[in-house]
Design a protein around this ligand. Sequence first.
Ligand SMILES: Cc1ncc(COP(=O)(O)O)c(C=O)c1O
Length: 361
Amino acid sequence: MTRLFNFSAGPATLPESVLLQAQAEMLDWNGVGASIVEISHRSADFIAVAAQAEADLRSLIGIPDDYAVLFLSGGATTQQALLALNFAAPGQAVDYVVTGHWGKTAIKQVSPYVHVHIAANGEPGGFHDIPARDSWTLTPDAAYVHITANETIHGVEFRDAPVVGDVPLFADFSSSIASEPVDVSKYGVIYAGAQKNLGPVGVAVVIIRRDLLERSGQPRADIFDYRSHAARDSMLNTPPTWNWYLAGLVFKWMLAEGGVDEFARRNATKSRLVYEAIDSSGGFYRNDVVPQARSRMNIPYFLPDETLTARFVAESKAAGLLALKGHKAVGGLRASLYNALPVQAAQALVDFMRDFQQRNG
Ligand SMILES: Cc1ncc(COP(=O)(O)O)c(C=O)c1O
């Protein structure tokens, strides 16, 4: 068996011990005589797994009691649309701060339902920075302000929650959740697809300040209603049981490894290694994001030309480094350094980058 160091942006690398445990439990989970994906989500066995996962996520991230935690199918994109349906009245203004591709996607999802106001936009600057907070034009009676905490494609990350006054702050944390401590109380809603830092694709986590669930929002089907999901512990319909179980194993692993503080240390080390290799390459490698907005999770970087880029992707894979090709929207290379990627992987990447430069620079 060969498992390579996997720099995929998502679905992404998972802890090997979690995969081995899932493999060992696949045919007969906990002595019930069936796998966890073959039993009812309404069985006491699965309800215990689900509740434990929620409890572990709460202690991992530090989620206060006045926040509901939902485990839902539909990915992060579905949640982007549901934000408007649940929390904004028809035609009400919502403020979006766009710092990359996923901020634009978030706007696309809510545009049919609400009046989108772009409070700040990093696109004219090529998404190389986060627009200065004092340049944002916020709407006083907006339903919420939306940011993308970490832009997975453009590699731009907020260092802290921006102060936006009384309007609740909603944040897409898909690619940085649980990667460093976060003060949840600064947010009205935090949402994330699991497939980067939390587990497998197929489940999204939505953390909602409970008072917001009382908002009337827009006319919507029950299945699009966060309040209904919260009232039924995310079991309004059949939840993604396998994904929820596997995410629960990842939460346990993260807690055993030392929790979010420990991952923040590892992630700082990994990203420092890669950025140092880029910045000390004399321009052979290039990352265009200003240092104070650089993502610790996703590092897009570029070589002088396409031929070298293709060679880098092929040779790095042969050297045991998987999925370093950049996203098609920006090209180049990208290293994603999520929690489950070990520090040795970042070191191996940096060693390869230096060797590649010596041979091709
Ligand atoms: C920051 C961010 N938001 C949203 C999404 C979309 O997630 P999903 O594919 O789960 O809908 C992604 C996917 O990569 C992402 O990185």
